[in-house]
Design a binder for this molecule. Structure first.
Ligand code: HGY
Ligand code: MN
Ligand code: MN
Length: 411
């Protein structure tokens, strides 16, 4: 099997490791997480890496450079998924990183740094609502308050660690030290249509959007769907619906990206006016101030909606990650990597999606390489990549690593 076929085949294998029989869902610290870590460790070993699982459940592998113990270039992506996920978001980046390390090991091309491959345990935040738990642990940007976060069954993060065989007290052992790293490089599917629209395969990422996520509760009063006249209703769902439409209006007007991905009405009877609605908000933008200004406008508008309708609303911030610029030196290496595949003027644009680099930047400078995905579709089982694009991404990724090595040797 050639390298690309092997990568595609491994994506299929990982896609079968799911907590759901009919769709892909693999969350942090689950039995499925344990199973993929074991499989990824096996593939890392085959590529010539020494392997270990760190105290945050990240699966790691290391290939020494010219001499043992040199600072490392960190390469990889995440191994967890959203509900009903595609096969490539995260996983492809891990497999490409293993393949790059395998190529370098196979060619005995010892670098002026070590390569550390990482399969991050949690990027999506599907289970605990807090994203980037794996990369935040690794980069030492951990918050002790997160231990009491609970999943939908009430299991806390601390309990989940123990169930997985990890010790919360040992988490600081996952923190890496900046002096031991030369940078972080990740390859990821674009998750948007820009490359496809421009008929291009690969791009340099310039920065990663800053995001804030909220849990919002709108409270009115439940009542009889037949007997309650309109002028006496305090329908939380009609108010929440206005809010959802405002999220779209304000976002479009201000050039930010707002999504309500979850909404639940209570008590949930067909003949009962909804008394309470719980909904989520994900708001992101290239620049943090644009995102925050949009949020301020939204809260003012929601206040007006709720006052007009006799409703109350509460907001709770679940997650916040500020926009992160990619490092100019590493971006030049990614650009050179893409050029080596025959693209004379690589595209460069910012990532609308969040990535582990948002946390890793607290440890070491970051850069990313994007590859085209069909229709820009992601977070959906229809996620698809062309084999020839994967081959190009692998060649560009390897060339980018070699460009960093060359630049480091020249310095
Ligand atoms: O939601 C995001 O942007 C990322 O895919 N986790
Ligand atoms: Mn994702
Ligand atoms: Mn991802």
């Amino acid at each position: 099997m050639n390298e690309t076929d092997l990568i595609m085949d491994r994506c299929e294998q990982l896609a079968t490791i799911s907590s759901q029989p009919d769709r892909l869902e693999r969350v942090h610290l689950s039995p499925e997480h344990k199973a993929v870590n074991a499989l990824v460790a096996e593939w890392m070993s085959e590529a010539g890496l020494s392997t270990w699982q760190d105290p945050a459940g990240n699966q790691c592998g290391r290939l020494e450079g010219r001499e043992p113990g040199l600072p490392a270039l960190l390469i990889g992506s995440h191994i967890d998924t959203v509900p009903d996920a595609g096969r490539y978001d995260g996983m492809l980046g891990v497999l490409l990183a293993i393949a790059v390390a395998g190529r370098i090991h196979g060619s005995h091309n010892a670098l002026p740094f070590a390569l550390e491959v990482v399969a991050f345990s949690d990027e999506e935040g599907t289970r605990f609502g807090m994203a980037l738990l794996g990369s935040r642990a690794l980069s030492g940007s951990w918050n002790e308050e997160w231990w009491s976060l609970a999943d939908k069954d009430g299991i806390t993060l601390a309990e989940a660690f123990q169930d997985f065989g990890l010790d919360p007290a040992r988490l600081p052992g996952a923190y890496r030290r900046p002096e031991n790293y030369v940078g972080y490089l990740e390859t990821h599917i674009e998750q948007g249509p820009i490359l496809e629209d421009h008929d291009r395969r690969l791009a340099v990422v310039t920065s990663i959007a800053g995001a804030r996520r909220y849990a919002i509760t709108v409270t009115g009063k439940a009542g009889h769907a037949g007997g309650t006249p309109y002028d006496r209703r305090r329908d939380a769902l009609v108010g929440a619906s206005e809010l959802v439409v405002e999220v779209e209006r304000i976002s479009k007007q201000r050039g930010v990206i707002g999504t309500v991905g979850r909404l639940q009405a209570f008590p949930g009877g067909v003949n009962v006016i909804p008394g309470v609605v719980e909904l989520s908000l994900d708001l992101r933008a290239e620049f943090d101030n644009d995102r925050d200004d949009a949020l301020a406008e939204l809260w003012a508008v929601v206040d007006e909606i709720c006052t007009r309708r006799g409703l109350a609303f509460e907001t709770r911030e679940l997650y916040r990650a500020d926009a992160v610029p990619c490092d100019a030196r590493l971006m030049r290496a990614v650009d050179a990597g893409i050029r080596s595949t025959g693209d004379e003027k690589p595209m460069a644009f910012w990532s609308r999606a969040g990535h582990d680099g948002m946390a890793v930047v607290n440890l070491t400078p970051i850069a990313m390489l994007f590859l085209r995905c069909r229709g820009g579709v992601s977070h959906h089982p229809d996620e698809h990549v062309k084999k020839s694009d994967v081959t190009a991404a692998l060649d560009a990724f390897e060339a980018a690593v070699l460009a960093i090595a060359k630049e480091k040797t020249a310095r």
